[in-house]
Design a binder for this molecule. Structure first.
Ligand SMILES: Cc1cc2nc3c(=O)[nH]c(=O)nc-3n(C[C@H](O)[C@H](O)[C@H](O)COP(=O)(O)OP(=O)(O)OC[C@H]3O[C@@H](n4cnc5c(N)ncnc54)[C@H](O)[C@@H]3O)c2cc1C
Length: 428
């Protein structure tokens, strides 16, 4: 159908992929552009960072997912800007014309004006981030095994996680399990279970987007694992060998060699480019403020979904930056395009909140399902079930289930590989 209406989707994450799949039977041509050749299941990235899963377990090639969808082609490419006037997406190495454009390029972490902290405190967004975090964590134990100086040894065995949202709490719990259980018999000089794991949070409780009772349960479960939670603590400085936090009037410099960043979200830079090209408004986090049908003001042919969109028409507040809004918005825009082609009226987007889940460790999780709140083992089992359900490919579902089964029985995290450049000599 060379003359069919051309829908271009930028981003093959949760939003872009569900939009593409939603257009499977539509009389349109679809082009899905992503700078990666795979769809990444970000909620399990922390398991790659902590050696429980391998990157390939949580990523699936976009071409493979869409290989039977005849009206869709996948292009590996990076969108650098949008020429909204002439309906073209400008790539770093070419351009693609569109009739309808769906922008779903997501978000990344931010350092609140301190980008220099990124060198010492990596965030978690991509496969590369996860393998580099895994490398830092494992290298810290290797260096500790060889360290002679007691003060330096303490710094190697101190792990600071900044931000106690879902990712921070999950990382802290997994690190505590590594230190206490996985590595228990692996070293001869150090005792990994003596590691200090600090979870630093600026607000007054962990998992602040959850109801206070669930935050309290999560904090209790973290405490049981040996994680020290410091709430009401703001990070004021990060250097190679330390992090400084301020609690009220008190400032404290904590010597550490491993700082992991799990705070702050900033929309993809393409949002600002699109705003410049169309005059559409953006919020402080760089998200495009969208209309009730997810288009941007003055450009009904441009639809913005997922983490990049600020949709405030339902509650007066933007929807949370999690997978469900992105998936539901992807499905909605696919239906919207078909309504427009048929000339039939479409309803405005409505988000159905199915609830939220976060895991702390083995048998420990919290779930806010709106009609019921649970914590502990039942929430953890639900967490496993939901995550397996949303993994895109059957093969990965099976592999993850096997890996988790093995981890559950043996405490072993088999993906404990230090990859990347040769780390020697160690920075002792
Ligand atoms: C570590 C972590 C843990 C999370 N845990 C949870 C969780 O437990 N539960 C939950 O619901 N949500 C979780 N989230 C949030 C959830 O993953 C996001 O809300 C969701 O991925 C947003 O979907 P999206 O389609 O907007 O963007 P994404 O899924 O981020 O997809 C964006 C896509 O766009 C591509 N892209 C970006 N820029 C360009 C460009 N210029 N050109 C071409 N391609 C581009 C990217 O490669 C990517 O494939 C987590 C996120 C992270 C980072």
């Amino acid at each position: 159908m060379p003359d069919a209406h051309h829908v271009v989707i930028i981003g093959g994450g949760f939003g872009g992929l569900s939009a593409a799949i939603g257009l499977k039977r539509a009389p349109v041509r679809v082009t899905l552009i992503d700078r990666c050749n795979y769809h990444l299941f970000q909620p399990l990235l922390y398991q790659v960072a902590t050696g429980a899963l391998s990157p390939a377990n949580i990523a699936s090639p976009l071409r493979n997912i869409l290989k039977r969808q005849r009206n869709t082609r996948v292009l590996l490419g990076e969108a650098t800007t949008i020429d909204a006037k002439n309906h073209r997406v400008i790539l770093s190495d070419g351009e693609v014309a569109y009739d309808t454009l769906i922008v779903a390029t997501g978000s990344s972490h931010q350092y609140f004006g301190h980008d220099e902290w990124g060198k010492f405190a990596p965030g978690l967004k991509t496969v590369e981030d996860a393998t580099s975090m895994r490398r830092r964590i494992l290298l810290a134990f290797e260096a500790a095994e060889r360290e002679q100086d007691p003060e330096k040894l303490q710094a190697w065995l101190t792990f600071v996680i900044v931000g106690a949202g879902a990712t921070g709490a999950e990382l802290a719990g997994a690190l505590a399990e590594i230190a206490r259980d996985t590595l228990r018999h692996d070293f001869r000089t150090i005792d990994p279970s003596k590691s200090r794991i600090l979870l630093v949070e600026g607000t007054d409780r962990v998992l602040p987007s959850y109801p206070p009772s669930l935050s309290a349960s999560a904090q209790h479960m973290l405490g049981r694992l040996g994680v020290v939670v410091r709430t009401g603590a703001m990070v004021t400085e990060i250097q190679k060998h330390s992090v400084t936090i301020r609690e009220g009037d008190r400032s404290e410099e904590i010597p550490t060699r491993t700082i992991l960043w799990a705070a702050g979200v900033l929309a993809s830079p393409l949002g600002r480019m699109l705003a410049e090209s169309t005059g559409a408004p953006v919020d402080k986090a760089g998200r495009l403020i969208v209309e009730p049908d997810l288009s941007i003001a003055g450009h009904p042919e441009i639809l913005v979904i997922g983490d990049l969109a600020n949709f405030s028409h339902q509650t007066g507040q933007p929807l949370p930056g999690v997978a469900q809004p992105a998936i539901q918005q992807g499905k909605y825009v696919a239906r919207l395009v078909q309504h427009r082609l048929k000339g039939t009226p479409a309803k405005r987007f409505h988000y159905f909140d199915k609830g939220n889940l976060a895991t702390i460790g083995r048998g420990a999780a919290i779930a806010d399902l709106n009609w019921v709140r649970i914590s502990g083992l039942p929430a953890w089992l639900l967490w496993i079930f939901i995550h397996l359900l949303y993994i895109v490919e059957f093969q990965n579902r099976l592999l993850i289930l096997l890996q988790w089964g093995w981890l559950y029985l043996s405490w072993d995290r088999s993906a404990r590989l230090i990859t990347g450049e040769n780390p020697l000599p160690l920075d002792l």
